[in-house]
Design a protein around this ligand. Structure first.
Ligand code: NAD
Length: 373
C-alpha cells in the first residue's frame, strides 16, 4: 500500500470525533466550489461506474469540485470510455469494464467508485467495489430492498470502506434552511408532511419500466424522494405505513412495475405524511410541511434546481448551487476528513428508506396497515 493510500485508510478507519458544523453554520458556509477560496487539501479520486444520463451529469458537475476529482470510468461500452477519456483526460490505466473492474484493487490512483447504474445492479456492484478496497458512493435507491441494503452495509464495514448514497438533497441549502427552522422550533409541533413526486415516463422499453432492472416502478425511482423527504422534514422515523396502488396502463406498467402509489406514514409524535409517487403526471415536485406555528412549502422540491419555496416567515433565500458539485465535495470531506453530513448520507440512511419501500409494497399487496419496528 503506498503512503497516500495508507494515509487515506488510516483517516477513514479513525474514530476521531471531528467538530461538527451546526446546520446554521453549514447552510451559510457549504464546502466545495462556492466559497472562492484556494484549496490544497486532500482530494478524493473517483471512478464513475455507468456512463449514462446521470453519470454524465455528475461528471460535468465534478469539474467544479475542489475536493473530488473524476479520474476513472467503468463501462461496458468502449466508445463511451474513449469519449470520456478525451473529454475528462482519463488515463487508460483507470478504465475498466463490468468484467474486470475487480482489478481496481490494484490501482492506487482511485479512492472511490460512484455506482450510477440501473437499480438492480447496485447491490452486487457495490459489494464488488468494497471487496476491491475502494469506498462506495451508490445512487438511490441504494438497492432493491432492506435485505440487500443491509448486505451492502455489512460488506463495506467488513472491507473498512465507507458507503454513501447519492442523496444530493441532503446538501441543498434551501432544504437545509427548512430543516434548520424545524430544528429551531419555528414550525412548532410538526403535524403534517405532504410529498408529491412524479413525472410522465416516456420510452416503454427503458430499464426503469423493467422490473428485473428497476426493482419496481415509480416508487423506487421518484417516490423515494417523498419517503426520504418525509423523514428529513419531520425529523422522525415512521412507525406505520398504509398504501394504495392505481394503474391506468397495464401494458406499459407490467406486473411489479408501479405506475402510481399513494402512501401514508405515521410518526411517533403523531405527525402524519401523505405522499404520491407516479410515472403518470408531470409538474409534480412539491413538499409541504405544517406545524402548530408555521409551515414550509417547496416547489420544485427535489429537482436539479433551483429549488423554490417559502415559509410562514417569507421566501427561502439561500442561493442555488449545483447539487452534484456540492454533494461530491461534501462526500470527499466525509470520506477523507471524517466530516459529517448535515443530514446523513450513509448506508444506514439508505437502508431506512428501503425498509419503508418494502413496507409500502407490502401495504399495496395486502391492503393492510404495516407496522414498522
Ligand atoms: P441511464 O439509463 O441513463 O444510465 C444507466 C447506465 O448504466 C447506462 O450507461 C447503461 O449503459 C449502464 N448499464 C450498465 N449495465 C446495464 C444493464 N444491464 N442494463 C441497462 N443499463 C446498464 O440511467 P440513469 O438515469 O443514469 O440512472 C442510473 C442510476 O442513477 C439509477 O439508479 C437512478 O435511480 C439514479 N439517478 C439518480 C438521480 C439523482 O438525482 N440522484 C437522477 C437520475 C438517476
Amino acid at each position: 500500500m503506498n503512503s497516500r493510500r495508507s494515509f487515506l485508510h488510516r483517516l477513514t478507519a479513525a474514530t476521531i470525533a471531528f467538530p461538527l458544523l451546526s446546520l446554521d453554520e453549514w447552510t451559510t458556509a457549504p464546502a466545495g466550489n462556492s466559497d472562492g477560496q484556494p484549496y490544497d487539501g486532500p482530494v478524493l479520486r473517483v471512478a464513475i461506474m455507468g456512463l449514462g444520463s446521470y453519470g454524465n451529469r455528475v461528471a460535468e458537475a465534478m469539474q467544479s469540485c475542489k475536493k473530488a476529482k473524476l479520474v476513472g470510468v467503468i463501462s461496458g461500452t468502449p466508445a463511451k470510455i474513449k469519449a470520456w477519456q478525451t473529454k475528462y483526460s482519463i488515463p487508460e490505466k483507470n478504465c475498466y469494464n463490468y468484467e474486470n473492474f475487480d482489478n481496481i484493487k490494484n490501482n492506487p490512483d482511485i479512492d472511490a467508485v460512484y455506482v450510477i447504474t440501473p437499480n438492480a445492479l447496485h447491490h452486487d456492484q457495490a459489494i464488488r467495489v468494497a471487496k476491491a478496497g475502494k469506498h462506495v458512493i451508490c445512487e438511490k435507491p441504494m438497492a432493491l430492498n432492506e435485505k440487500e441494503g443491509r448486505e451492502m452495509v455489512e460488506a463495506c464495514k467488513k472491507a473498512n470502506v465507507k458507503l454513501l448514497v447519492g442523496y444530493r438533497m441532503h446538501f441543498e441549502p434551501k432544504t437545509l434552511e427548512v430543516i434548520n427552522m424545524r430544528k429551531n422550533g419555528d414550525f412548532g409541533k410538526v403535524l403534517f408532511f405532504q410529498g408529491l413526486c412524479g413525472f410522465r415516463i416516456g420510452d416503454p422499453t427503458q430499464w426503469r419500466l423493467n422490473k428485473q432492472l428497476a426493482g419496481g416502478g415509480s416508487l423506487m425511482d421518484i417516490g423515494i424522494y417523498a419517503i426520504n423527504g418525509a423523514r428529513y422534514m419531520t425529523g422522525e422515523e415512521p412507525i406505520w405505513v398504509t398504501a394504495e396502488e392505481t394503474k391506468t396502463d397495464t401494458v406499459k406498467f407490467k406486473e411489479g412495475v408501479d405506475e402510481t402509489i399513494q402512501f401514508q406514514l405515521g410518526f411517533p409524535s403523531g405527525a402524519v405524511a401523505s405522499c404520491l409517487s407516479t410515472y403518470n403526471m408531470n409538474n409534480l415536485d412539491r413538499f409541504f410541511l405544517n406545524g402548530t406555528s408555521g409551515f414550509a412549502e417547496m416547489q420544485p422540491s427535489t429537482g436539479y434546481g433551483p429549488i423554490k419555496g417559502r415559509t410562514h416567515k417569507g421566501e427561502l433565500t439561500h442561493p442555488h448551487i449545483t447539487h452534484q458539485t456540492v454533494q461530491m465535495d461534501e462526500m470527499a470531506g466525509i470520506i477523507l476528513e471524517g466530516k459529517q453530513a448535515p443530514v446523513p448520507v450513509d448506508g444506514e440512511e439508505g437502508v431506512k428508506d428501503l425498509k419503508i419501500i418494502d413496507a409500502i409494497y407490502a401495504a399495496c399487496k395486502t391492503g393492510k396497515k404495516i407496522e414498522l419496528k
